[in-house]
Ligand binder design. Structure first.
Ligand code: NPW
Ligand code: ADP
Ligand code: K
Length: 467
């Protein structure tokens, strides 16, 4: 589980935040003592008296480990410590000097039921050396419970990339703030249960984890047109657009129109249909001033008509959600196309669609931020780690949603929920955050082995939880 609505900082932002605390007169040793205390508290809760092995690296992460070892030992726990090298001068060396219990070298270490990983934290600068990674993995696999200090050693702080971290870490005590390592890439799986420990370091960041949105009950004078009208455009695979339309209806819109080729096609009776065969028909329909948001892309196809529909939707001065085939049609020209928009746009690519549209290097967060800045659109970069980024630089991350979402059509449902949130007037990351939360919550309520259609009904309960 990952704390909701919590700040996320990079290694550099964390260092800057720590430096600001030092400037207020707090010493590095005092901060390390707080960090070690937080670790010792969690370790004691989980150890339940079982013998503990602490791994201490050469930096400040190791310094935290020495503090935790000392405090656990002082509280009567059976603690052994492995030091992987001489601690660097300063607070870490001071904490090393204050540890009086048994210490062994890495290669002499014997597994114990509880393992505390204090090898490397935000200073992890390169892949773990092979021998070290192997011993660490062996000790972790023989422990009943493994707790990482700040982040699992062998995960890159800012990208979540795997630099040799073992599997099987049960919990991680994130010190002061979450780091990308807890949320994206390999780090998501390797961090286990993430416990956020406040150690008195104020952080400044525009990034945080997705929180439950606060949604409004319709007002006493509300009517169907004031609650948001969503136009979903049908294409070659009508089922996909129908899923989006149903999700927009259940996601809180007051009125949903499915515009396409089958005026009497299947769908709930409350779904309004409008026959739209050509891009001229579409242009005429989108001229309707009651439309608050357009959803285009689910099941659109990639033929000439699809492209003409895309051009027509682009020209409409309405908030626009683009998904699926619309994103593939944009391809590498996404930024050029999007610059012509006069109303806000949201893009909902999965990793494949994102990679087809945007080159770029760096972490998933960096790439999504760069794409948002380049296009002027808010981007929901989907996956087990969904990264939302706005052109203004706001980031929201939702990690750890139900893996049962990995089934066809769940993205169409998300696009519809987003359409409903956008139609209600949301700007930037807010409607995206709400949509992603509702989608994940509906998946949680749907249980196991669901199909995308089954996400629609639980949306009512998910919304009720947000009122
Ligand atoms: N700042 C503070 O006061 C507070 C910080 N806090 C804690 O400090 C942590 C950050 O500490 P940190 O910056 O010292 O980095 P850390 O992660 O211990 O590693 C750096 C050392 O490892 C080395 N090294 C790196 N990669 C390596 C590799 N693959 N293989 C081998 N060696 C490698 C690197 O050596 P070098 O690159 O110079 O060879 C350097 O010596 C943070 O996560 C939190 O736990 C809390 O106590 C609160 C107060
Ligand atoms: N392993 C997973 N864990 C959590 N969420 C996932 C996982 N795989 C996919 N999802 C979510 O499911 C949805 C899939 O969307 P997408 O790939 O566009 O599917 P489709 O195009 O079939 O509708 C996205 O919201 C994505 O974040
Ligand atoms: K660690």
């Amino acid at each position: 589980m990952i704390p909701a609505g919590a700040p996320i900082v990079t290694a550099a932002q964390m260092r800057a935040a720590e430096d600001a605390v030092f400037r207020t007169g707090v010493s590095q040793a005092a901060l390390m003592e707080r960090a070690g205390e937080a670790v010792a508290r969690e370790a004691a809760r989980f150890a339940m008296g079982r013998p503990i092995l602490v791994l201490a690296g050469p930096g400040n992460n190791g310094g935290d480990a020495y503090v935790a070892a000392r405090l656990l030992h002082a509280n009567g726990h059976d603690v052994a410590l492995v030091a992987t090298g001489a601690p660097k001068p300063g607070a870490a060396a001071e904490m090393h000097a204050r540890w009086r219990g048994p210490t062994s070298s890495l290669y002499a270490a014997r597994p114990r039921p509880v393992l505390i990983d204090g090898l490397f934290g935000t200073g992890m600068a390169r892949p773990l050396e092979r021998g070290l990674a192997a011993v660490f993995a062996d000790l972790a696999s023989h422990a009943d419970f493994t707790l990482a200090i700040d982040l699992p050693s062998g995960i890159d702080t800012d990208s979540g990339d795997d630099l040799g971290a073992p599997r099987g870490i049960d919990a991680t005590v994130a010190l002061g703030a979450l780091k990308p390592a807890h949320l994206i890439g390999a780090g998501l799986e390797r961090s286990g249960h993430v416990i956020l420990a406040d150690i008195g370091i104020p952080v400044e960041t525009r990034s945080r984890t997705v929180a439950r949105p606060s949604l409004a009950t319709p007002g006493i004078h509300s009517h169907k047109y004031t609650r948001g009208l969503v136009a979903v455009i049908e294409g070659a695979m009508p089922g996909a657009a129908r899923l989006s339309a149903r999700a927009a209806m259940a996601g809180g819109a007051g009125y949903v129109v499915l515009a396409g080729g089958e005026p009497w096609g299947a769908g709930p009776d409350a779904l309004v249909r409008r026959e739209v065969g050509t891009s001229e028909d579409l242009a005429e329909f989108l001229g309707w001033d009651r439309i608050d948001a357009i959803v285009l892309g689910p099941g659109l196809g990639r033929d000439r008509r699809a492209e003409a529909f895309l051009r027509t939707a682009f020209a409409a001065p309405k908030p626009l959600v683009l998904d699926g085939d619309a994103l593939s049609l944009l391809g590498t020209g996404a930024a050029r196309w999007l610059q012509s928009r006069t109303a806000p746009t949201w893009l909902t690519p999965h990793a494949g669609e994102f990679d087809r549209m945007f080159a770029g290097q760096g972490s998933k967060i960096d790439r999504t931020l760069a794409a948002a800045a380049e296009t002027g659109a808010t981007i929901l970069h989907k996956g087990p780690d969904t990264v939302i980024a706005s052109p203004k630089g706001d980031v929201r991350i939702l990690s750890g949603a139900s893996p049962w979402l990995s089934t066809a059509g769940t993205g169409d449902v998300l696009a519809g929920i987003l359409g409903a949130q956008v139609a209600q007037g949301g700007k930037g990351v807010a409607p995206a955050e709400a949509a992603v939360w509702l989608h994940a919550r509906a998946a949680g309520l749907a249980g196991a082995a669901f199909i995308a259609d089954r996400l629609i009904d639980p949306l009512a309960e998910a919304i009720t939880e947000c009122l």
